[in-house]
Design a protein around this ligand. Structure first.
Ligand code: HEC
Length: 213
């Protein structure tokens, strides 16, 4: 009886100790997890926070440099008459450095002797810039998105352009099949607006890609 009790007792002590250990361990684990998490967060935030600290004050400079860069990389002369200069510069940056519009809407993409994929010094083909014409299968052709005779890129009003970029819905109501509009759909109004403004300022081409296929 006695010995049984002792066994019982030592058993329950073991259980108790075990429970105590795990209780003790739990905050330990928690602290460890919290430390790792904090370290990870710190790691993720550090580069950002060092930028964001400065960025608050530098935001204007940053967007100005995006605008300047946009102007510097525009491969064609821009007609700024009646245009919002900042939007044009920003739009150039979006179209030329981010949107990859040139890949499909300029054919051929690069000036003769300037194809970077052949190890040649890069020069976008100004002669056909955004004139469209790249074929995707027998039916689909990238559109000419240069300004038409009324100055509308691809013959689209600002609203039609934004709708096409957001929803893929063409002005005839069909859904664009190649154009990567699902990627562009999340652009801000400001970015889409800048994108449009830039396209109004590039030279008009009759080009191989019809505006109204
Ligand atoms: C992967 C190739 C590709 C890229 C990249 C691309 N487009 Fe297109 N885009 C097309 C094709 C092809 C069409 C014609 C119809 C279709 O997709 O079915 C088109 C159509 C359009 C239209 C015509 C819509 C209409 O309603 O007539 C506009 C505007 C346009 N693209 C703008 C852009 C802009 C601006 C960019 C860059 C931000 C861009 N595209 C990038 C392939 C592309």
């Amino acid at each position: 009886m006695n010995s049984e009790n002792t066994v019982q007792e030592s058993k329950s002590r073991r259980v108790f100790q075990c429970a105590r250990r795990s209780v003790l361990k739990t905050p330990g684990k928690f602290i460890l997890a919290a430390t790792i998490l904090a370290a990870m967060l710190g790691f993720m935030l550090l580069p950002g926070s060092s930028v964001s600290g400065a960025a608050q004050g530098q935001q204007d400079n940053d967007s100005e440099s995006t605008i300047q860069r946009g102007f510097a990389m525009a491969p064609v002369p821009l007609d700024l008459r009646g245009k919002n200069r900042a939007l044009v510069g920003k739009g150039s940056y979006i179209v030329n450095a981010q949107g990859g519009c040139n890949d499909c809407h300029t054919t051929p993409n690069y000036a003769p002797g300037h194809d970077p994929f052949l190890g040649e010094p890069l020069e976008v083909n100004a002669a056909t810039y955004m004139g469209g014409g790249r074929h995707f299968g027998p039916v689909i052709v990238a559109r000419n998105i240069t300004p038409d005779e009324h100055g509308l890129p691809g013959g689209l009003t600002r609203d039609q352009f934004i709708t096409a970029m957001r929803t893929g819905i063409d002005k005839d109501g069909s859904i664009l099949q190649v154009m990567p509009w699902p990627v562009f759909a999340d652009m801000t109004d400001g970015d889409l607006n800048a994108n449009y403004e830039y396209l109004t300022s590039i030279p008009s081409l009759s080009g191989p890609g019809s505006r109204d296929p």
